[in-house]
Design a protein around this ligand. Structure first.
Ligand code: PRP
Ligand code: URA
Length: 206
């Protein structure tokens, strides 16, 4: 299931991210801002449980999260989404997943993981701003499910139809959230119009 998050501020931020004149600093701050806005709809159906509180005057019905969500940023580009999500859910655990796309084959190469122990029943948010061919997302989802994760949401900022299709055929149960569905891919697997290389643009390694 694809969910395109519609919000005027999201559209404004996407334009800033796309603009090739945007500085590294501005790119990073804008990615944080758009991630913060994405966090609310992504967490819409987060399980909560009754946890009553005492006010200065009386007792009151209260709630708390049943399980803290686990953020899984895909290195490097997903790192830029962590701060925005943590602004909204400060208690979120962060479990990094190192992966890059081979420039020749466009296939993902996994080089690091640190799945948190005894937490496979928590909600997992897989964070990667770019969903291009979908190879990295499918591999990351294979990995998370292999480790036992069951409730997973994929969060991207810009998605190509090819990537959305690939993820939905391989992981039909995983909702895909994005801020923008773009036109397609160029022959090198870059999203068009896209924003270029999201890792390079936020870390200045152009
Ligand atoms: C980018 C991006 C995704 C992947 C998307 O990572 O962050 O992980 O490409 O492409 P796909 O959908 O075709 O798999 P990249 O390989 O550029 O690594 P980096 O974040 O370290 O720059
Ligand atoms: N990875 C990126 O960073 N950008 C793209 O357009 C495709 C993959």
């Amino acid at each position: 299931m694809l969910i395109v998050v519609e919000h005027p501020l999201v559209k404004v931020h996407i334009a800033t991210l796309r603009d090739k004149g945007t500085s590294v600093d501005q790119f990073r701050n804008t990615l944080t801002a758009v991630s913060r806005l994405l966090a609310y709809p992504v967490l819409d159906e987060l399980p909560i449980e009754r946890h009553d509180v005492t006010t200065p005057l009386s007792e009151s019905v209260g709630y708390r999260l049943t399980k803290e969500p686990i953020l899984v940023p895909v290195l490097r580009a997903g790192l830029g989404m962590v701060e925005g999500f943590r602004d909204v859910i400060p208690g979120a655990i962060v479990s990094h997943l190192g992966m890059y796309r081979d420039h020749e084959t466009l296939k993902p190469v996994r080089y690091y993981s640190n799945f948190p122990s005894h937490r496979d029943d928590h909600p997992f948010l897989l964070l990667d701003p770019m969903l291009a061919t979908g190879g990295s997302a499918v591999d990351a989802l294979d990995y998370l499910k292999h480790e036992g994760a069951r409730d997973i949401r994929l969060v991207s900022v810009i998605a190509a139809p090819e990537g959305v299709h690939f993820v939905s055929t391989r992981h039909e149960d995983v909702p895909v959230f994005t801020a923008q569905l773009d036109t397609g891919l160029d022959p090198r697997g870059y999203i068009i119009p896209g924003l270029g290389d999201a890792g390079d643009r936020q870390f200045g390694t152009l």
